[in-house]
Design a protein around this ligand. Structure first.
Ligand code: IMP
Ligand code: MG
Length: 179
């Protein structure tokens, strides 16, 4: 891994793909332990950022499960705008189901609180949140985050599904904005 440039900014190596795989496997094991073996949870990936995480996660999940996706576009550039603009919905009936949200990263928590509002109204059996990365220093909400892969400092990262203005999602490793 070496320094990369996306648009106008430079990013340096931060977390390589082998370590990412360990965080994903760890989350799958902890969640599998926590839920009943026959629970058949619905994992819901938040697009676009979590498409790679969700794909790897479900392949590490050892029991029967469902996977679906919703899209809430709220992010532009390197700062969270604080506005959730769009939802591409979910068609499944979630009533009585165990729902586990899969987020790539939780920053301010704005996206998460929108998602909470939507799923709380659906009479789910239980609603859990799993995120691969978490920035505790900027999280402003009083919402429970049940499963965290790795807490990181408040610096912008790209790769493994995460983008900077549309670029970087395809990088297998994670890079951090260079100071
Ligand atoms: P929040 O609403 O501020 O918690 O931001 C959540 C969403 O913003 C995440 O699902 C990501 O898509 C995006 N995001 C937050 N932090 C970063 C980052 O460091 N790099 C890339 N995208 C990020
Ligand atoms: Mg996202």
């Amino acid at each position: 891994m070496s320094l990369i440039k996306l648009h106008d900014k430079e990013f340096e190596p931060f977390i390589d793909k082998n370590r990412i795989a360990k965080y994903v496997k760890y989350l799958a094991e902890v969640i599998a332990d926590d839920l009943d073996k026959d629970e058949q949870p619905i994992f819901i990936g938040i697009l676009n950022g979590s498409f790679i995480f969700a794909a790897d996660f479900v392949r590490e999940y050892p029991y029967d499960c469902h996977i679906s996706f919703v899209k809430l576009a709220s992010y532009e550039g390197t700062n969270s705008s604080g506005k959730v603009k769009q939802l591409v919905g979910i068609n499944e009936d979630l009533e009585g189901k165990t729902v586990v949200i899969l987020e790539d990263i939780i920053d301010s928590g704005n996206t998460l609180s929108e998602i909470y509002k939507i799923f709380q109204n659906q009479n789910v059996k239980s609603l859990k949140i799993a995120t691969l990365f978490f920035k505790p220093d900027v999280f402003t909400k009083a919402l429970p985050i049940d499963y965290i892969g790795k807490s990181i400092e408040d610096k912008f990262i790209v790769g493994y599904g995460l983008d900077y203005d549309g670029l970087g999602r395809n990088l297998p490793d994670i890079y951090q904005l260079k100071a």
